[in-house]
Design a protein around this ligand. Structure first.
Ligand code: NAD
Length: 249
């Protein structure tokens, strides 16, 4: 039997990286998965239901919630890494990052929670999983000024939702990865490579900050998301879980 048999799950930013690994793993464990991404073509070949979704578009989020109907699991994975310090972050960059990394989760939860509550009122168990980062209220990371601020906000949002709906059978937890191999991370390595001289040197910078001496794989993060999505974690809510090769140790 699958660990998510009988559950319906929606994943944002499921086109690639951690979101894709989560959508694949949820589907492999028996969930009916609605995989969404800004670029729907990235979802070609996905086994479940596929929908285009820009998590910054409030109307689209509300329309999707109507279209999709009720769900048991919501994985809010969409996020963007702005590179730089406070001096590199103008108002537009600040607003973009908060819109995509934080307000997106507010929109998604507001739109989908009512249907989750219907299911829990009928005896179901619901789980919301928000993608934060070690770069957040846990740790200051160089040149992750607004990114760290947004991911800290995700932790506050997560705990607020967790406490408000704890009696109604909806759990809400945050995952805080260290550096994880993904298409956008490969781009960040290439960018840093231009600054430090080579892609190999840039890779060393990322790897050396993780005491385990390697970056994580998307599947390793997906395994934690699977646990949080399943009823195995029924006693866990409002938690902030680092999964980072010892980065924040
Ligand atoms: P990624 O950055 O490679 O892919 C992001 C996906 O988001 C893409 O498929 C893109 O099309 C989609 N997307 C972009 N804008 C969108 C929008 N407005 N609406 C919907 N989808 C949109 O993936 P990743 O590196 O695995 O990161 C996924 C999440 O994990 C992010 O929230 C990121 O901050 C977080 N995270 C990543 C790492 C890492 O090292 N990779 C570490 C900590 C946290």
């Amino acid at each position: 039997a699958g660990r998510l048999d009988g559950k319906r799950a929606l994943v944002t930013a499921a086109g690639q990286g951690i979101g894709r690994a989560i959508a694949d793993m949820f589907a492999a464990e028996g969930a009916e998965v609605i995989a969404t991404d800004l670029s729907v073509d990235k979802l070609d070949g996905f086994s479940g239901v596929v929908r285009a979704l820009d998590v910054c578009d409030s109307d689209a989020v509300v329309a999707l919630a109507k279209d999709v109907g009720s769900i048991d699991i919501l994985a809010n994975i969409a996020g963007y890494v702005h590179h730089g310090s406070v001096l590199d972050c103008d108002d537009a960059a600040w607003d973009f990052s908060f819109d995509l990394n934080v307000k997106s989760m507010h929109r998604m939860i507001r739109a989908f929670l009512p249907s989750m509550l219907e299911r829990t009122a009928a005896g179901g168990k619901a789980s919301i999983i928000n993608m934060s980062s070690g770069a957040s209220s846990i740790k200051g990371a160089p040149n992750r000024y607004v990114y760290g601020a947004t991911k800290a906000a995700v932790i506050g949002l997560t705990k607020s939702v967790a406490v408000d709906f704890i009696k109604q059978g909806v759990r809400c937890n945050a995952i805080c990865p260290g550096t994880v191999r993904s298409p956008s991370w490969e781009e960040r390595v290439a960018e840093l490579g231009k600054e430090v001289g080579s892609a190999e040197k840039a890779m060393e910078v990322f790897v050396s900050r993780q005491p385990m001496g390697r970056v994580g794989e998307a599947n390793e993060i997906a395994a934690l998301a699977l646990y949080l999505a399943s009823d195995e974690s029924a006693f866990t809510t409002g938690t902030v879980i680092p999964i980072d090769g010892g980065w924040t140790l």
